[in-house]
Design a protein around this ligand. Structure first.
Ligand SMILES: *Cc1c(COP(=O)(O)O)cnc(C)c1O
Length: 410
C-alpha cells in the first residue's frame, strides 16, 4: 500500500473484530477487565499490551493512531483531545524551567498565548525570531534551546519557512525541529522528507472530516536522538527513538488526562478516509478564489502561497506539491469595510475554524487576536484591514457569486 487515498481508507485492526466490522467500533468503556490478577499486574507494568483504563489507552483511539501512523509513515503517533492539548503535552515533555523554544510571533494566536503566558508561568521561555531568515534563526538558538517550532503555513500571515533549511540548523545544534502542520497535513506535506522530527496537528481541521470534533496529534518520525534532550535522555537509553512516545503515553498524557474521546476518534478515523479528496477540492477552490479576488478592485493584498507572485510561491511549490492549503487572506480599505462586507455574505459563514466543508470567513484582529494591543497585532502581522477566508468544498461559482455581491455592496 503506498497511495495516500488507499492508506487513508485501509488499515488493519490490531485484533480481529468478533463480527468482522469494517469500521472500528466505538469502545465507550472506561475500564477493561483482566482474567487474572497476574495479567492485570503485567498490564500495569507494561509487560503485557492490554487496555486497562481509557485515560491511558482505548481500542478506538488506538485504531485511529494506527491509521494516522500508516497514512503518514510516522514511527509512532499519540492522539489527544485537541491541537492545543497536543502542543501543551509535547512542550511539557521536551522542555522545562529555564529552557527555551525558538519560534516566530507569526503563529496561531492561541499557540502564541500558550508560549507567552501559560508555559512562561512555569519557566519555559520563548525566543521569537524570523523563521524565514535562517541566519537569524540559527543565532537565536542557545544552549538552553530544546526545539525550533514552526507552522508550515502560518495562520493567518501565510508565511512559509524553508523547512529543510531549518532542519539543517536543528541537526547542527542537536535540537528538535517541530512543525505544526495543521494547514498542510500528511498528503499535502511530507514532514519526514524535509527533516521534521515531530509533527503536531490539530486534527479538528482537515482530518475530522468537516469540523465534526476536536482532536490533536503528535507524530514522531523516529529520527531524533533523544539522548540530546536532558528531559528524555534517561528514557532514550531504554526506549531509543520511542523515548518521547513512551513518556507521553505512560506519564505526560496520563497525568494531564488530555485524552481523545473514543467517539471523536471514530469520527476522525472516518474523516481521514476522505481527506485526500477534500484537500484536493479545497486547495483548488482556494487558488481559484485568490485569482478571482485579485481581479476585484476592492480587495487588496490578496495573499495565498499558491499564487505565482506570492513571496512564498517557490517554497510552497517545493514543500506542498499537491496544494498550498485552503487559507487565503486579503485586505479591504478599513475595519468598517471589513465588517460591512462580512455582514453581507449570504453563503459563506462568519466563523472561526478552517478546513470545514463549508467556506468560513473571519476578521482576525477583532476575534482570534482581540486580546492583543494594536502594537502587538502589528508585530504579529494582523492588521485591522485583514480578512481570512478558509475555503470549503462547495461549487466555486457559488462562492465567487457570494464574494462578488458582498464586495459590491461594501
Ligand atoms: C486550530 C489550530 C490549532 C489548535 O487546534 P485545536 O484543535 O483548536 O486545539 C493549532 N495550530 C493551528 C495552526 C491551528 O490552526
Amino acid at each position: 500500500m503506498s497511495g495516500f487515498a488507499t492508506k487513508s481508507i485501509h488499515a488493519k485492526f490490531l485484533k480481529k473484530d468478533a463480527h468482522n466490522a469494517l469500521h472500528m467500533p466505538v469502545y465507550d468503556s472506561v475500564a477493561f477487565a483482566a482474567d487474572t490478577a497476574e495479567e492485570l499486574e503485567a498490564s500495569f507494568r507494561g509487560h503485557k499490551l492490554a487496555h486497562t483504563y481509557s485515560r491511558i489507552s482505548n481500542p478506538t483511539v488506538e485504531h485511529f493512531e494506527q491509521k494516522i501512523k500508516n497514512f503518514s509513515g510516522a514511527r509512532g503517533v499519540t492522539a489527544v483531545s485537541s491541537g492545543m492539548a497536543a502542543l501543551t503535552a509535547l512542550f511539557l515533555a521536551i522542555a522545562g524551567q529555564g529552557d527555551n523554544i525558538v519560534t516566530t510571533r507569526h503563529i496561531f494566536g492561541n499557540t502564541y498565548s500558550l508560549f507567552s503566558a501559560t508555559l512562561k508561568q512555569w519557566g519555559l521561555e520563548t525566543v521569537y525570531t524570523d523563521l524565514t531568515d535562517l541566519r537569524q534563526t540559527e543565532n537565536a538558538v542557545n544552549e538552553k534551546t530544546r526545539a525550533i517550532f514552526l507552522e508550515t503555513i502560518t495562520n493567518p500571515q501565510l508565511e512559509v519557512a524553508d523547512v529543510a533549511g531549518l532542519a539543517k540548523i536543528a541537526q547542527k545544534k542537536k535540537i528538535l525541529l517541530i512543525a505544526d502542520t495543521t494547514l498542510t497535513p500528511p498528503y499535502l506535506f511530507d514532514a519526514k522528507k524535509f527533516g521534521v522530527h515531530l509533527e503536531i496537528l490539530s486534527s479538528t481541521k482537515y482530518i475530522s472530516g468537516g469540523a465534526t470534533s476536536l482532536g490533536g496529534l503528535i507524530l514522531d518520525y523516529g529520527a531524533y536522538d533523544y539522548r540530546n534532550n536532558p528531559h528524555l535522555a534517561k528514557q532514550a537509553a531504554k526506549f531509543g527513538p520511542y523515548a518521547l512516545l513512551q513518556v507521553l503515553k505512560t506519564r505526560v498524557c496520563r497525568d494531564l488526562g488530555n485524552i481523545l474521546s473514543p467517539h471523536n476518534a471514530y469520527l476522525q478515523s472516518l474523516g481521514l478516509e476522505t481527506l485526500v479528496l477534500r484537500a484536493q477540492l479545497s486547495c483548488a477552490n482556494t487558488l481559484k478564489l485568490a485569482e478571482f479576488l485579485r481581479t476585484r478592485p476592492q480587495a487588496r493584498q490578496v495573499n495565498y502561497p499558491g499564487l505565482p507572485d506570492a513571496p512564498s510561491f517557490a517554497l510552497a511549490q517545493k514543500q506542498f506539491p499537491h496544494g498550498a492549503g485552503a487559507l487565503l487572506t486579503f485586505e479591504l480599505s478599513s475595519r468598517e469595510k471589513c465588517f460591512q462586507f462580512l455582514n453581507r455574505l449570504r453563503l459563506i459563514r462568519r466563523a472561526t475554524n478552517l478546513n470545514d466543508n463549508k467556506t468560513l470567513i473571519i476578521h482576525p484582529a477583532s476575534t482570534i487576536f482581540s486580546e492583543y494591543s494594536a502594537e502587538q497585532k502589528a508585530a504579529m502581522g494582523v492588521p485591522e484591514t485583514l480578512i481570512r477566508l478558509a475555503a470549503g468544498i462547495e461549487d466555486l461559482a457559488d462562492l465567487q457569486e457570494d464574494l462578488q455581491q458582498a464586495l459590491e455592496a461594501a
